[in-house]
Design a protein around this ligand. Structure first.
Ligand SMILES: Nc1ncnc2c1ncn2[C@@H]1O[C@H](COP(=O)(O)OP(=O)(O)O)[C@@H](O)[C@H]1O
Ligand SMILES: [Mg+2]
Length: 448
């Protein structure tokens, strides 16, 4: 306004007329431009020219400045309300904090981001553990004390509640992790566990300790669990309950696999890692009469339900009794103690942990290739476990454990298929390899 007033005074015009010339319809209605009009045009355009000359002489980049200003104004932070507690001090390192910011502002953070936003609270996050479920398990520090926090949201949160109750309930009877409280908050569930420095999961221990030490721990786990099952026995499962379990966990899952991987079922047989496999043999998982008859050890008890090698923790002091359990899955439908031993098998037989961490499989021209990385330690422990189970439950018992192991794989495949088609295919390949192995151990046992 001031510059326009000065301009009007300089050319001897009135301020209102110049104002209207500029802001009403500056170029409209001019039939023949008189000299004040040219001056007005010069007045309006010269500043632009001056800016361009200034920019050229000083290297001032108007576009870059404009872009920068635009970015600043449209920053995501300006539109998202960040909880006040999310600060670098909540993270063990700058790298962690930067990864968190990335997740947050890319909007694809998933459960880990939910944990960071709502699960850490005033704690300091040190590390996130590798787990087998849809929960987040992390090492955090609160008031100088380290603890392991497990967090899940929605329906997975209910599983955490059941886990916590199981751990609390059986703490007097079994070596289990010490709990340190739990919290439910708007659909989120979390519970804390004591962290003992130097504790490792059994997978890590097996691959760093001597085989003798690991075999002693495994033997102790089996003996303690067997005694636990005996002292927490429940009524035998009737045929109908076993059939229902098999219907839901074996048949229904096989149907899902066939629907999800049709290319694998185009021919009657495929080759798996170089060996022929007749797909019809999988029908055993839909022949419920045969399966119900075969699973004739109907003893039920309180069971851990997810006794994989990664769910056994080993304390640093040496000795066979220096282990404790985490991560139970107590509700299986058919509460057979053999399911616990089948979970140990699931780990040791084909090396489930390695397949789960990095599933690799490919299928082309009727040939399925699955990468298996079972270590020599796992092989040796597997052989020892078979002997131990044979002694405890007879050959028929071992056979049923192997059937339960395959049903465990069937339970895993839909979950792995949701992870990725490759993971689903890798686990399907494992199931077929286990069935081949069963046929070799017990020729003629499967129904024709
Ligand atoms: N109390 C604990 N002390 C030390 N490490 C633990 C503890 N609880 C869990 N972990 C580590 O976190 C991993 C995942 O925990 P887990 O409860 O088994 O989760 P998930 O249900 O995802 O398998 C474990 O395999 C173990 O390595
Ligand atoms: Mg686990």
């Amino acid at each position: 306004m001031a510059s326009l007033a000065l301009f009007a005074a300089a050319i001897g015009a009135s301020f209102p007329s110049e104002f209207l010339s500029v802001y009403s319809a500056p170029l409209a209605g001019s039939v023949a431009w008189s000299s004040p009009d040219w001056v007005l045009i010069a007045y309006l355009t010269l500043p632009v020219l001056a800016i361009v000359v200034f920019a050229a002489l000083t290297g001032f980049n108007v576009l870059a400045r404009f872009r920068g200003a635009l970015r600043w104004v449209t920053r995501t932070e300006n539109f998202v309300t960040a909880p006040a507690e999310l600060l670098p001090v909540n993270f063990g390192s700058d790298v962690h904090y930067e990864a968190f910011l990335d997740r947050r502002f890319r909007g694809d953070g998933g459960l880990l981001l939910e944990f960071e936003e709502r699960g850490i609270g005033k704690g300091l996050l040190h590390r996130v553990f590798h787990g087998g479920s849809g929960a987040i398990t992390a090492l955090i520090e609160i008031d100088g004390q380290l603890l392991v926090r497990k967090f899940a949201s929605g329906s997975a949160g209910q599983t955490l509640l059941a886990q916590y109750d199981w751990i609390e309930r059986f703490a007097p009877d079994l070596p289990v992790v010490q709990t340190m409280g739990r919290r439910s908050d708007n659909g989120d569930q979390l519970y804390d566990m004591r962290y003992l420095g130097g504790t490792r999961d059994f997978y890590e221990a097996i691959h760093t300790e001597t085989l003798v030490a690991s075999a002693a721990i495994l033997g102790d786990v089996v003996a303690r669990l067997d005694a636990f099952h005996a002292s927490h026995a429940a009524a035998d499962a009737p045929d109908a309950a076993v059939r229902d379990y098999l219907q839901r966990k074996a048949s229904a899952n096989l149907n899902q696999v066939i629907a999800a991987l049709p290319e694998l079922f185009e021919a009657p047989s495929i080759e798996i890692n170089g060996r022929p496999f007749a797909l019809a043999s999988l029908e055993v998982f839909r022949q419920l009469d045969w399966l119900v008859g075969k699973l004739n050890q109907r003893r039920q008890a309180d069971i851990h339900g997810d006794l994989t090698i990664e769910n056994i923790m080993v304390r640093p002091e040496p000795g066979p009794a220096n282990w404790f359990l985490i991560d139970p899955n107590p509700h299986n439908g058919f509460q057979s103690p053999l399911i616990d031993f089948a979970k140990l098998m699931q780990s040791l037989h084909l090396g489930y942990e390695a397949v789960h961490r990095d599933p690799r499989a490919s299928f082309a021209n009727g040939k399925l290739t699955v990468s298996l990385h079972r270590s020599s330690q796992y092989s040796a422990l597997f052989a020892g476990l078979c002997d131990d189970l044979r002694q405890r439950f007879g050959e028929a018992g071992l056979q049923q454990v192997l059937l339960h192991e395959m049903i465990n794989y069937l339970r895993l495949i839909p979950y792995q298929l949701r992870r990725s088609p490759t993971a689903g295919t890798a686990f399907f390949g494992c199931l077929c390899i286990l069935l081949q192995d069963y046929q070799e151990r017990y020729p003629g046992d499967l129904p024709a």
